[in-house]
Ligand binder design. Structure first.
Ligand code: ATP
Ligand code: ZN
Length: 292
């Protein structure tokens, strides 16, 4: 076991190769961390911060963070919940969104949760699945499989499955229907509960703050438009702006350019109203990061 040493780098666990890998590395680069070629090594040094990445299987991440081998980790909530590891959850990150669902063969004899009594369920998540049925007082047999769980009913080795679903296409293709969600998941940033040096704690604070700015930026758009000067009061009413918009005179007589930031969720409503209010040449741009 590594001893606590303020000279060691902040070590962050990231899935080596899988659904979370690119999004996590993009996030880390998006908040300004620069890395050497991470395809070549399992331990990758950050070029501009005292940080290193450990690239491992996602199943190992919570335990490495719990033991303090890694200080931070990016991993699905489902993996943290499965083994109920002792780590702190710093933040939910809205990617890797999925749900652990119970699914059964279409037109079979299981329709409701109660029908599971005495049935056999195949899953890669025996912990979450077992605890779910225990809490309901329903007696099931859990068969642990490490992958391709959706084939189990067809092979007649299980009556139902408990598996991760995002679109539901895989279930459908295997003649299965979802009947209940037992856990909602997204990627989380987790932190060790082992003591950290002041330097590491400070660095974690900085990383968290940058992630917050990055997430806000992802939900916002910079919007620019031209409008007649007399439309400005009406446009100001329409824009649910974080701060007052920038209004600049244009060379064209009586016209102004208006720049502001809006939540992406309001964009289409706002755009239609702006056009009605006389705005033209409306342009929307993504924002890289935002400190508000
Ligand atoms: P590893 O080799 O690292 O063990 P894996 O095969 O267990 O990889 P992936 O399939 O890459 O893992 O999934 C990683 C995480 O992505 C899951 O734990 C889950 O949090 C999330 N995820 C999002 N959508 C899905 C989905 N439809 N199926 C499976 N996982 C999903
Ligand atoms: Zn895995």
């Amino acid at each position: 076991m590594r001893t606590l040493d303020s000279t060691t780098s902040l070590r962050i666990a990231v899935q080596k190769s899988g659904r979370l890998t690119d999004k996590t590395l993009n996030l880390l680069e998006g908040i300004g961390l620069k890395f050497d070629d991470y395809k070549r090594s399992l331990l990758v040094k950050c070029l501009n911060f005292d940080v290193e990445l450990l690239l491992i299987r996602d199943d190992d991440i919570p335990e490495y963070v719990e033991d303090g081998v890694c200080d931070l980790g990016f991993v699905g909530a489902n993996v943290v919940e499965e083994d109920q590891t002792d780590v702190s959850i710093l933040r939910g990150l809205n990617y890797g969104v999925c749900r652990l669902s119970l699914a059964v063969p279409k037109n079979g004899d299981i329709q409701h949760i109660e029908d599971f009594n005495g049935k056999k369920i195949a899953t890669s998540y025996p912990g979450i699945t077992g605890r779910f049925f225990e809490s309901k007082g329903i007696d099931v047999q859990v068969l642990t499989l490490s992958g391709s769980v959706e084939i189990a009913p067809r092979l007649e080795i299980a009556d139902a499955i408990s598996d991760l679903v995002s679109t539901g296409d895989t279930l459908k293709a295997n003649g299965l229907v979802e009947i209940a969600t037992i856990f909602e998941s997204e990627t989380q940033l987790i932190k060790t509960n082992k003591p950290l040096s002041n330097g590491k704690a400070e660095l974690i604070g900085k990383i968290l703050q940058r992630i917050e700015g990055y997430q806000k930026a992802a939900k916002s758009r910079y919007i620019m438009m031209n409008a007649p000067q007399e439309s400005v009061p009406k446009i100001k009413e329409i824009i649910p702006s974080l701060k007052s918009p920038t209004v600049m005179p244009l060379a064209d007589n009586g016209m102004v350019a208006i720049h502001t930031v809006i939540p992406i969720s309001t964009f289409w409503d706002v755009m239609e109203q702006l056009e009605e209010a006389g705005a033209t040449g409306i342009v929307m741009l993504p924002i890289e990061s935002m400190i508000v």
